[in-house]
Design a protein around this ligand. Structure first.
Ligand SMILES: NC(=O)c1ccc[n+]([C@@H]2O[C@H](COP(=O)([O-])OP(=O)(O)OC[C@H]3O[C@@H](n4cnc5c(N)ncnc54)[C@H](OP(=O)(O)O)[C@@H]3O)[C@@H](O)[C@H]2O)c1
Length: 334
């Protein structure tokens, strides 16, 4: 019997990974930060193959030791938890330390008390590859070999730069660790902007969790509002969950960075999909011009090869499914 550990089990992406793992008959151990979250998600998933443990603080040495001590069958670790925040007061303690020290301490626990773990998949981000001015631009390019050059000094300027810095250093730390004497092989998954419905309608909120809010926040625009600038690579959250499982099962992915992006999208494209599919919003939302969109072309051939078994969901289905879920949840609240 083997089990898969998923950190941050209540998170937007982790929930989809856990749902898929359970559907594929894996035994799963998830970690969350509080007893309330443990009880809530144990009830929502309602599976005898899922155990949820409480690890209140990622950046505490040995925080995961008891989890591995209790679950000696864990052989695969998916480290997904990281603060994903657009607001923070202290970037060091709220963003940078949990990302970097949290990764180090988890890997130390695996090395010291869980030598049976043979695979670790760390959820990094395209943020680790390039500066936001490249990730969100229509010029330049990036590849799966790149690292952003955001310095610690620059990380003090905004939560976004703190996040970019934290994701790069955390991923580099994981690679350095994996290159020392350990029993596991590492793969990293680097998603683009992740959109799509939540696992549970009952989690629909305003704002929506994490980046699931990106398409949904467009519903609040008024006819004469300017369309906020946003353009970047995107992946449907359900495909991203599948990508994590493909990577953790793949021999070819051992020791590799795998960028997970389906296509480039912007707010014009997403607004156009909403206006065409939801007539109730057509006259309320601003006119958009999806044909004017221009994008960079990332060089991610190696990742595409590793993910060749994955059929990417188009942005149109992602947006329609996400908006439909929100409307359904709001209707059932009325
Ligand atoms: N969403 C995207 O577009 C995107 C793109 C690229 C990469 N990623 C990566 O994907 C991963 C998951 O992102 P997500 O979108 O699913 O975000 P999310 O919904 O905010 O989930 C983040 C998870 O990390 C946990 N967490 C945050 N800060 C923590 C801390 N200090 N100590 C312990 N746990 C903490 C959260 O717990 P609480 O709920 O208790 O705070 C939650 O379980 C992250 O590593 C992120 O960098 C996301």
């Amino acid at each position: 019997m083997t089990a898969v550990l998923v950190t941050g089990a209540n998170g937007y992406i982790s929930q989809h990974i856990i749902q898929l793992l359970l559907q594929q008959n894996y035994t799963v151990v998830g970690t969350v930060r509080s007893v309330a979250k443990k009880e809530k998600y144990a009830a929502l998933f309602s599976s005898c193959n899922l155990t949820i443990e409480v690890v209140p603080k990622l950046d505490t040495p040995h925080a995961f030791d008891f989890v591995f001590g209790k679950h000696r069958d864990i052989t695969v670790v998916l480290h997904v938890a990281t603060p994903v925040k657009s607001y923070a007061v202290n970037y060091d303690s709220e963003i940078i330390s949990p990302a970097i020290n949290g990764t180090t301490y988890l890997l130390e626990s695996i090395r010291d008390v869980a030598p049976q773990v043979t695979r670790v998949v760390y959820t990094s981000s395209v943020a680790a590859l390039a500066h936001p001015s490249v990730i969100y631009s229509t010029r330049g390019t990036f590849s799966e070999r790149d690292w952003n050059q955001v310095t610690y000094e620059q990380s003090k300027e905004s939560p976004r730069l703190a996040y970019y810095y934290a994701k790069r250093i955390a991923e580099q730390t994981a690679w350095e660790f994996a290159n020392s004497r350990v029993n596991f092989s590492l793969s990293t998954v680097l998603p683009g902007g992740t959109f799509g419905p939540l696992v549970f309608d009952s989690d629909v909120a305003d704002p929506m969790p994490s980046t699931s809010d990106y398409p949904i926040r467009l519903l609040k625009l008024r006819r004469d509002d300017p369309i906020p600038e946003f353009g970047a690579g995107f992946i449907d959250v359900r495909d991203l969950a599948q990508a994590h499982i493909l990577v953790m099962e793949s021999e070819a992915a051992r020791g590799k960075r795998v960028v997970v992006e389906a296509e480039m999208v912007d707010n014009h494209i997403m607004l156009d999909i909403i206006r065409r599919n939801f007539p109730q919003f057509r006259d309320k939302l601003p006119e958009c011009n999806p044909d004017s969109s221009q994008f960079i072309e990332p060089d991610i051939a190696q990742s595409r090869k590793i993910l060749s078994g994955l059929e990417f969901t188009p942005i149109s289905k992602t947006v329609v499914d996400a908006v439909t879920q929100v409307l359904r949840a709001r209707e059932s609240d009325d």
